[in-house]
Design a protein around this ligand. Structure first.
Ligand code: NAD
Ligand code: MG
Length: 301
């Protein structure tokens, strides 16, 4: 039995007094294997209690970061999972698959660029077929471009297209397609951001998609309530994932997360509890249309 009191989830999140994370940069989408230090996805810490027994979940962006932590926790809670990711992220996806299978669950890999409508829809059907159904959809894939000097003046149309397509269009396409498979007791969990409440100048387009995701969450919860499908969102604060070195300036890493009340960035493992709760048909049976903030203390209201 794991000694829960002996677990220090903050061990890999260096405070700013400790120097923060080393400066580093990658090209998008970024790989976990190139990050220093390696993020904590709960590999050594998540203790399953059969809270998602027999459920089948599709996680977009499930290869790395928050998606990987959710995949590991879902598997240990008894769910089979399908992971969507970009073809360039195959090595990250294979690592996540190993952890899911180690938990005794099935893992279906469905790589696809979901900024393409046809590919996004086909991916959902492939996942549902591979899993033999679908109970939980986690719309976690996201993209931002944070290496900009200024706000509005620096927004380029091709970058904005990518951000809007991945964060918003794909979320709608994937959710529409998933509705063909979801039923009573199912749920959708969207991934919002602290940026929906406290937008950074450099992330003007990204922040707007996250505010829209909060709105879509409320909207869909209203529509799907009568079908017994719950729709919620998780709003992360600054979390140590490939998205950061892949989309921000390398020299911003040492101070990443310094401005939170807890004084440090979070690890992907620290998000998993919110997703497990929201996915649980028993524990979250009356929870829909809401956003859970996991932000290190930055306000989400
Ligand atoms: P991550 O890089 O590990 O995950 C993002 C994933 O998005 C990638 O792994 C990739 O598979 C997927 N993706 C991007 N473009 C895609 C495309 N065209 N087709 C298919 N998949 C695509 O980083 P993460 O931080 O774990 O990001 C997960 C979610 O969390 C994102 O929605 C992000 O906006 C959100 N978020 C992250 C932070 C943070 O500080 N890391 C904060 C707030 C919100
Ligand atoms: Mg990735």
């Amino acid at each position: 039995m794991t000694d829960l009191h002996a677990i220090d989830r903050t061990a890999r999140s260096l405070t700013i007094d400790e120097g923060g994370f080393p400066a580093q940069e990658q090209q998008p989408p970024g790989l976990t294997s190139e990050m220093e230090p390696h993020p904590d996805h709960g590999e050594e810490t998540w203790v399953g209690r059969d809270r998602l027994s027999g459920l089948k979940a599709l996680i977009t962006g499930g290869d790395s970061g928050i998606g990987r932590a959710v995949a590991i926790a879902f598997a240990r809670e008894g769910a089979d999972v399908a992971l969507n990711y970009l073809p360039d992220e195959q090595s990250d996806a294979e690592d996540t698959k190993k952890w899911v299978e180690k938990a005794g669950r099935r893992c279906v890999l469905v790589p696809a660029d979901i900024s393409d409508e046809k590919a996004a829809r086909a991916m959902v059907d492939e996942a549902a077929e591979g899993l033999g159904g679908l109970d939980v959809l986690v719309n976690n894939a996201g993209f931002q471009w944070g290496r900009r000097e200024h706000g509005l003046a620096s927004v380029k149309t091709d970058e904005m297209d990518q951000v809007m397509k991945v964060n918003l269009y794909a979320l709608i396409w994937v959710s529409q397609q998933a509705l063909k498979h979801l039923g009573k007791g199912s749920s959708i969990i969207n991934v919002s951001s602290i940026q929906a409440y406290d937008p950074s100048e450099a992330l003007i387009d990204y922040a707007s998609t996250k505010a829209a995701i909060n709105n879509i969450t409320v909207n869909l919860a209203q529509e799907l309530g009568e079908k017994g499908i719950r729709v919620n969102a998780v709003a992360p604060g600054p979390i140590w994932t490939p998205l950061q070195p892949a989309t921000k300036k390398g020299d911003s890493m040492p101070s990443f997360g310094a401005d939170t009340p807890l004084g440090r960035p979070g690890q992907p493992s620290e998000l998993a509890g919110a997703f497990v709760f929201l996915a649980s048909p028993l524990e979250a049976s009356y929870v829909t249309g809401t956003v859970i903030g996991v932000t290190g203390g930055k306000p989400v209201f």
